[in-house]
Design a binder for this molecule. Sequence first.
Ligand SMILES: *Cc1c(COP(=O)(O)O)cnc(C)c1O
Length: 350
Amino acid sequence: MQRIARLRELSGARALLALKCFASWAVFPLMRQYMDGTTSSSLYEVRLGQEKFGGETHAYSVAYADHEIDAVLAHGDKIIFNSLSQLQRFGDKARAAGKPIGLRVNPGTSNSPYLLADPARPHSRLGEGDADKIAAVIDQLSGLMFHNNCENRSFDSFDQMLGQIEARYGALLARVQWVSLGGGIHFSAPDYPLERLAQRLKDFAQRHGVQVYLEPGEAAISGAATLEVSVLDVGCNGKQLAIVDSSTEAHMLDLLIYNLDARMEPNTGAHEYLVCGKTCLAGDIFGSFRFEQPLQVGDRLSIQDAAGYTMVKKNWFNGIAMPAIAVKRLDGRVELVRQFGYEDYAASLS
Ligand SMILES: *Cc1c(COP(=O)(O)O)cnc(C)c1O
């Protein structure tokens, strides 16, 4: 949070939390001291942002339905359309509601290592790319949104892609008041050159006469939460196995989607175990980790980096109990925020 605040101060950019990455609102009172507001992917997110975070509330969605648009305009203070056809369909309503309108631009380049998460993938539906078509509606727009970074740890790569955007859309940038550069910039990593990024954003804002917004998701919460699990059973089948009271598919879905191992800490010692979830999915495995002592039933393990795209994706697969949500304060106090029970499970099903 302090790095975000410093980046805002040095660059003049505003920072909006991307709720699709992290939306555990118990900690919004802390986060709002360092960030300007939220951005969203849907009606429910924009409403949550307005009700629980406050500040600036950007509405964006790949597509709004007719029955959603009035509520979206009531909860958001800007609306960013994903396509020219959505702009055409709902632009009048947005103007009547007095809400500034933005359009998502797809610059056709990105740095995502995964096709699944690549907004510039072939036939992408994420944003309009044709500068001439955007120029034809530019008078209706007060801003543009670009989101084409994905956990990008390289300032040089960000800088280069921003240069491409300026070369391709410079004439349009000069016609709007604000530009959102999306999320996916990993500026909260300790070795990221925050000052160079800030200078680049400041120059960009001055050159084009725009207010810059950033929409950090992952960068706002990386390393901020753990999934605390307990060992339920140990066994051996060619390798030592430990089964825990959780599941990749139910509680850390991105490990499966992106074929990643969890991060366990500590991860040292002579005893190596495959740490496995308790669903019936054969490949429900958190990864292979090292421990100082042989694992025993009841041992507590701490899986790192459990905030981003994790707490928002929990599900009830196999009827596994959802992890409770607790906040650990800086002085060490642990506050239990929410526990989930059978009633929540049943209510999600019928
Ligand atoms: C996903 C997304 C973000 C947040 O991305 P992170 O990689 O979590 O920083 C921001 N803006 C838009 C439009 C997004 O789709």
